[in-house]
Design a protein around this ligand. Structure first.
Ligand SMILES: [Zn+2]
Length: 174
């Protein structure tokens, strides 16, 4: 699909994205620029945030993929999201980052740390299981099977017209 006519603005938008991401966990955006400079370490896949005081526990985040099957297509829709891990699991994931066979890890518990509120009711702090994938592939994020719309969509899949609706909501937030 090369584009779509938008129901929100009536214009034709080039391309229909099947994947969205966020450069940093929501928590980082709640900090001032100065705090971000002093307390945040960020890469494309990992983030560590120091506490306000030097003895505070750090916060640890990694990026994973929420895959949603597209029912009327062979393609898969994807939300790349941040989840927060316990210090122990984050250190473990870091240690295994380039280790062959790391996908044998049991799932880690993670709190969803990306807000998808343009599209869903608040998604922050939804409970997830983080499934380690082979080296080079981001972990697969499995939402707790609640009746939150995002969890329902992950279980049941979505249609191409929902993919278009998501594009409209992301492009023109209310
Ligand atoms: Zn539009």
């Amino acid at each position: 699909m090369s584009g779509y006519t938008c129901k929100t603005c009536g214009q034709y938008h080039e391309g229909l994205p099947l994947s969205y991401g966020s450069p940093a966990p929501a928590f980082v955006y709640s900090l001032t620029e100065k705090e971000q400079r002093n307390r945040v370490w960020l890469s494309s896949d990992q983030c560590e945030v120091r506490g306000e005081k030097f003895f505070d526990e750090k916060h640890y985040f990694i990026v994973g993929n929420i895959h949603i099957p597209i029912i009327d297509s062979t393609e898969i829709f994807n939300w790349s999201v941040w989840v927060s891990l316990s210090k122990e699991n984050y250190k473990r994931a870091s240690k295994l980052w380039n280790k062959t066979g790391r996908e044998k890890e049991p799932p880690y518990f993670g709190w969803l740390s990306t807000s998808l509120s343009a599209v869903y009711p608040e998604t922050l702090n939804l409970k997830t299981n983080v499934h380690t994938q082979p080296v080079g592939i981001r972990p697969f994020i499995e939402l707790e099977p609640t009746d939150h719309p995002l969890a329902i969509e992950q279980r049941n899949g979505i249609t191409m017209s929902r993919v278009q609706e998501i594009a409209e909501l992301v492009l023109h937030p209310k």
